[in-house]
Design a protein around this ligand. Sequence first.
Ligand code: AVJ
Length: 319
Amino acid sequence: MSPFLLTRTLPEDATEAALRADVLHGLTRTPKALPPKWFYDARGSELFEEITRLPEYYPTRAEREILLHRAPEIAAASGAHTLVELGSGSSEKTRHLLDALPSLHSYVPVDVSESALTGAAKALLEERPGLNVHALIADFTRGLALPGTPGPRLVAFLGGTIGNLLPAERAVFLRSVRSLLAPGDALLLGTDLVKDEDVLVRAYDDASGVTAAFNKNVLSVIARELGADVDPDDFEHVALWDREQEWIEMRLRARFALTVKIPELDLVVPFEAGEEMCTEISAKFRQEGVRTELAAAELELTHWWTDTEGRFALSLATA
Ligand code: AVJ
């Protein structure tokens, strides 16, 4: 048996169709909005990598610190023989976890990007030649079927990406994760935490403008993929803290009145001067909120680890 398997559950053209549907829906509603998943073409993924190295963007470093220090505890508490990673990307931060799980049988990275999956698997197999890597090209927000690798399973959803979902979407997502777990399996969830407003806003509006470029990149994606005649520089990057919802909201603000034409969608979209379009929410959490959301999905919070500065948390929950 080959130690590397790649399964596609996402049709080749699904991404294109989903982008068209999201743009059609998002640009014809009021207020306008685009889902954050369209940031991540090759350029957007590069910009995100750059964000993770910015002095202002602390979540990646804080989560890495927790993984580095707590990997043995996480490994012992889960006793995992299969590690499933949702939105695995380059699998870089999972390395610590994999290192702490010497008896791991299988690693199941799940991502929409085939190139990220094959690249990460190749690097990993060089380090862990015995490990079975079963990569899944899938959209984990749409329900998943996992390969029949041996349990217990640990399903990891890191980076704080759950914060990009609205509360109702998080409830659906956590229920679908719960449905993947058998007794004894666990979920490892990364969440960014509520903190000082200035620290939060700076993390999403850095001095060197990398996050601004990342935000505007969604317009380049639409221009290239759908032939939209839009100039990203006609929009301004906005990051604000919503203290009621406790989330950061990223928006693109039209610098002046303008029109975006998307002939492929038969769409002409007017923007008023100063009109703002939401491109991402990034929710920040408190322990009680995480516990409650997990419990609503029939998941029990059993461990809560933060970095020394208390900026970010990893939760372990069992079915
Ligand atoms: C990768 C989704 C966790 O919400 O902090 C970084 C994406 N957006 N800067 C986040 C992001 C703006 C990031 N996640």
